[in-house]
Every structure is written in C-alpha cells, then in structure tokens.
Design a protein around this ligand. Structure first.
Ligand SMILES: NC(=O)c1ccc[n+]([C@@H]2O[C@H](COP(=O)([O-])OP(=O)(O)OC[C@H]3O[C@@H](n4cnc5c(N)ncnc54)[C@H](OP(=O)(O)O)[C@@H]3O)[C@@H](O)[C@H]2O)c1
Length: 295
C-alpha cells in the first residue's frame, strides 16, 4: 500500500485528503493550523506534528496550499519536504502556483532524486468533495503512470490529463482560470444589464444557463447567483493571486493579456471594498451597487 503524506487541509485539500482516506489510502496529514486535522484523524489518517515527519514516513508527498510562498517554504524550507524525503520518493503539488516557482522546485527535485509531478486542479470545493475534479498533470510520465490511481480517486477518470514533462500543467491551469475569472465578470455585467431592464432574476439566470453561453462554470454558480450567496468556494483574493500569476507569466513570455489585465482591476475593487474573502462571483454585488441596482 502506498504511504501518502498530505500537507494542506484548506477548503480544497481537506475534502481531497478525506476522499483518499475514505477510499482506503494510508495518509499522514499535516496542516499549519492543527485543528483542521481532526476529521481526517477520525477517518483513519495519522497526524504527525511536523512536515519533516510526514516526509520521512511517506513515499509520496502531496501538497495543496495557498501560493508560491507557502509551497516554497514547505517544499524547500530547512525543515521542509525536500530536506526530509528519500531519493526515489514522489512529490506531487496540486496548488495553483507560478511556472517560475514550479521550475525552481523541479530543479531541486532532480538534484535530490525525487520525481516531481505538477497536478493543479480545476473545479472547486463541490467537485473536490464529490471526487469529480479535473486534474492537469505534467512531469515525468513514468511517475504519472505509476500514481494515476491517486488522481483517479480525486477526479473524474476521463478528466485526468497528462500534458507534458515540464510546466505545461501550470500554464494550462492559469489559462483555464483566466477564462473562469473573466466569465464571472462578464456574467455580472450581463446580469446587471438584464436586471436594469426589468428581467425576472431567476428566469434570466435559467435562460442564460440554457443558452449558447451556458457552460459548466455558469451552471455551478446557479445557486450562488440566484441567491446572491457569496460564501466562498474560491475567494476574490485567491482570484487576484491567480490573475497576478497569469500577468507575470504573460509578461515573461511577451504575451499581451489585455482582458486579463483589465479584469484584474475588479479583484482589487472587491478587496478594497471589503469583499476580498467573498466568492469571486461576488463581483456581481459590487456591480449592482455601482449600478444603483442594490436593494
Ligand atoms: N478553492 C478553490 O475553489 C480552488 C480551486 C482550484 C484550485 N485552488 C487552488 O488550490 C490551492 C488551495 O486552495 P484552497 O481554496 O484550499 O485554499 P485555502 O482554503 O486558503 O487553504 C490554504 C492551505 O494552505 C495552507 N498554508 C498557507 N500558507 C501556508 C504556509 N506558509 N505554511 C503552511 N501552510 C500554509 C493553509 O494552512 P492553514 O489552514 O493553517 O491556513 C491551508 O491548509 C490554492 O493554490 C488555490 O489557488 C483552489
């Protein structure tokens, strides 16, 4: 049986690790805020007190953490994963991070004799809970083939994609999130315009969902939009972080990202008006306010 060490039990990491544990994998879990390990422990995971212990006692170490800073500290820090893993272990990172930090980790992984898979995900908390995530993978193909069962346990079988041997998955994740983020703002503008024209709110959302512009992301957000309930699955602050990663990658590759750069301003506006911890679809709330539509 594979011994998996799991680091990061946030909104996404928690349900993903829980699914693996409930489906029979042996997990040792670590989270900076230790109280978040309780449910995993009750499901049968062990809860070592340090990242070092997790790495020493696992063959595969998975991280699902906030950003570049967290990943670098956890992977490359003095008491981190790489300082404690054995040559031949596999390191899998599922967070959304920059291609730059990922390439730095790849270099260190090679020096240490670790197989490194980049495996960012599409989908949100609901899909993580239901094991229906879309998983984008790049890195050594042999490691991917050896561990594909782990991905199949967290994602939909036909939606697990191997994309290449380097940072391809990082770029694809950013490209898809770019379209998700832009969609949310476009959707807010469309709904506010319709609202100003006297449309019935729920009917308008239903018709859009079933029209040519309906898409999985529009469908996932049906209740968020109908109820104007911006409980976060993915916050405006998190989307701002991803848009910054896109813009940095665009700058590095001389790819003009005009729309991305424009929409990035909306996340600043959300953060500045106290909406940073709301779901990113909460941009609708700000736009309704700016349009004099808020009741
Ligand atoms: N939420 C989504 O819908 C979604 C969808 C796809 C991809 N993602 C990506 O997946 C990743 C995780 O997202 P999430 O929504 O689960 O985030 P989250 O709820 O904010 O959780 C972040 C996790 O990272 C840990 N962490 C942050 N900084 C750390 C540090 N310096 N050292 C150690 N641990 C640290 C947190 O520990 P504490 O509990 O101690 O704070 C927590 O476990 C992000 O890269 C995000 O962009 C999210």
């Amino acid at each position: 049986m594979k011994k998996i060490g799991w680091i990061g039990l946030g909104k996404m990491g928690h349900p993903m690790a829980l699914n693996l544990t409930e489906k029979g994998y042996t997990l040792a879990v670590f989270n900076r805020t230790t109280s978040k390990t309780a449910e995993l422990a009750a499901a049968g995971a062990t809860t070592p007190g340090t990242i070092a212990e997790v790495a020493q006692n696992s063959d595969i170490i998975v991280t699902m953490v906030s950003d570049d800073t967290a990943l670098e500290a956890i992977a490359l820090g003095p008491d981190g994963v790489f300082a404690n893993a054995k040559s031949g272990d596999t390191f899998i990172d599922m967070s959304t991070v920059s291609p730059v930090i990922s390439a730095k980790i790849a270099e260190q992984a090679e020096a240490k004799g670790l197989s490194y898979l980049r495996a960012p995900v599409n989908g949100t908390v609901m899909q993580a809970e239901a094991s229906t995530l879309v998983i984008l993978i790049s890195g050594p193909q042999s490691a991917y083939e050896e561990h594909v069962d782990i991905f199949q346990t967290m994602g939909e079988n036909e939606k697990i994609f191997y994309t290449g041997d380097a940072e391809q998955a990082r770029y694809l994740k950013l490209s898809i999130n770019m379209m998700v983020g832009v969609t949310s703002v476009m959707m807010a503008e469309a709904l506010a315009l319709g609202e100003s024209g006297g449309l019935d709110w729920e009917q308008m959302i239903d018709i859009i969902r079933n029209s040519a512009v309906g898409s999985p992301v529009v469908n996932y957000k049906e209740q968020t939009l109908k109820n104007r309930d911006y409980t976060p699955a993915f916050t405006a602050k998190q989307m701002a972080k991803d848009f910054d990663l896109m813009l940095d990658a665009g700058k590095a590759g001389n790819v003009p990202l005009a729309i991305t750069s424009l929409v990035r301003q909306n996340w600043s506006a959300m953060i500045a008006t106290g909406r940073g911890e709301q779901d990113f679809f909460g941009y609708l709330d700000l736009l309704e306010e700016m349009s004099g539509l808020k009741k």
